[in-house]
Each structure stands twice: as structure tokens, then as C-alpha cells.
Design a protein around this ligand. Structure first.
Ligand SMILES: [Ca+2]
Ligand SMILES: [Ca+2]
Length: 190
């Protein structure tokens, strides 16, 4: 399986009960936690995608790993954000180390912004949309708090740009859980 195909499989929408079953050992094994840093070692077939100009959304900027981050400030649900990133042949951003996270926190400004993490498969166990577990984290104080102590479901992760200290916060994935919540800007990466 080529890396490119592995990425395509990993990009299949995967939310809710049974989601994990779609990520077989092959696809999980093909994306190690460090693979995002290995852009230079990607095969030629994938290089063409990464060679695209870094443009799109409301603003776009090359990150410290050389990949492209695209910020869209129109508030949408987590699923809609994921699909919008896929439509630009990208994915919601995985912030797997402090350098990437610091860049992303600065880049999103004051926007509360979806990144590609959630605990939809197992409550309390967050993972990136590529199936890798959270290793590095940058939770805000008291987060994740699962809806202020479990009062409601908070299963998707934002950079809380509207807060002074930003950092990560689990929030409802859509507006069905809490009125006027669950719709945020989003950060795509490719
Ligand atoms: Ca949760
Ligand atoms: Ca929270």
C-alpha cells in the first residue's frame, strides 16, 4: 500500500460507534506518530500534493514542519469541518508536538478553531483523526472537562483561541448538544 493510498483510507469520514473498526492494523501501522515530521521522506507520488501552493481559506501559512495550514473562520460542525478539509485534499490539523501547537495557536488568532482530535470512539480517550493516540497535549487548565463534569458530551477538540491562554478544550461536536455551541472555525493541514 502506498503512503498516498494509506492517507486516502485514513481520510474516510469516521465518527461515532464502530468508527474504530474502519481503521485496521494496516492503516494504523502506516501512520506512526512521527510520520507528519517525515515529509521529506515521502514518496514522489505524494510530493506532488505537498508541492501545491499554500493557499486557501481565510488565511494560509506554511508551518514549522513545511506543511500548509489553512484557516477557515466560517463556523461549522466538526464533521463539516473534517469534510471541508478533505475537499481541499487535506485533513483537520494534527498538533503532535509543541512546535506545531505553538504555531497553530498563534495562527488561529482569536478564533475558537477545530483541530483533528476527538474522543468519539472511547469517552475520555482522545485520538487524532488518523487513528493515533494523543501523546503530546496542550489542554487548557481544567480541560478536557467533558461538559463541565459530564453535564453533556464534549467529544471534539478546539484551540480555544477566544480565551486569553488559548490551549485545547473539548467541546460539543455539533449544535445538538448545547445551543449556540459546536460550530467553530477550523484548521486544515496538508
Ligand atoms: Ca468526551
Ligand atoms: Ca471542555
Amino acid at each position: 500500500m502506498t503512503y498516498r493510498w494509506a492517507l486516502a483510507l485514513l481520510a474516510v469520514p469516521c465518527l461515532g460507534v464502530g468508527c474504530g473498526a474502519q481503521l485496521g492494523p494496516d492503516t494504523i501501522g502506516s501512520e506512526t506518530p512521527d510520520s507528519d515530521a517525515a515529509i521529506d521522506s515521502r514518496p514522489p507520488a505524494d510530493a506532488a500534493i505537498d508541492a501545491r501552493p499554500c493557499t486557501g481559506g481565510n488565511s494560509a501559512q506554511v508551518g514549522p514542519d513545511g506543511s500548509c495550514f489553512v484557516l477557515v473562520t466560517t463556523p461549522v460542525t466538526y464533521v463539516a469541518a473534517r469534510q471541508a478539509c478533505m475537499a481541499m485534499n487535506a485533513h483537520l490539523a494534527y498538533l503532535k508536538d509543541a512546535t506545531l501547537d505553538a504555531f497553530a495557536e498563534q495562527f488561529v488568532g482569536t478564533n475558537n478553531t477545530w483541530i483533528g482530535g476527538n474522543d468519539l470512539v472511547t469517552e475520555g480517550t482522545f485520538q487524532w483523526d488518523d487513528g493515533t493516540a494523543f501523546a503530546f497535549t496542550a489542554w487548557g487548565t481544567g480541560e478536557p472537562n467533558a461538559g463541565n463534569g459530564g453535564g453533556y458530551q464534549e467529544d471534539c477538540v478546539i484551540i480555544a483561541g477566544a480565551k486569553v491562554n488559548k490551549k485545547w478544550d473539548d467541546r460539543p461536536c455539533d449544535a445538538t448538544e448545547v445551543a449556540n455551541s459546536g460550530m467553530f472555525a477550523y484548521l486544515c493541514n496538508y
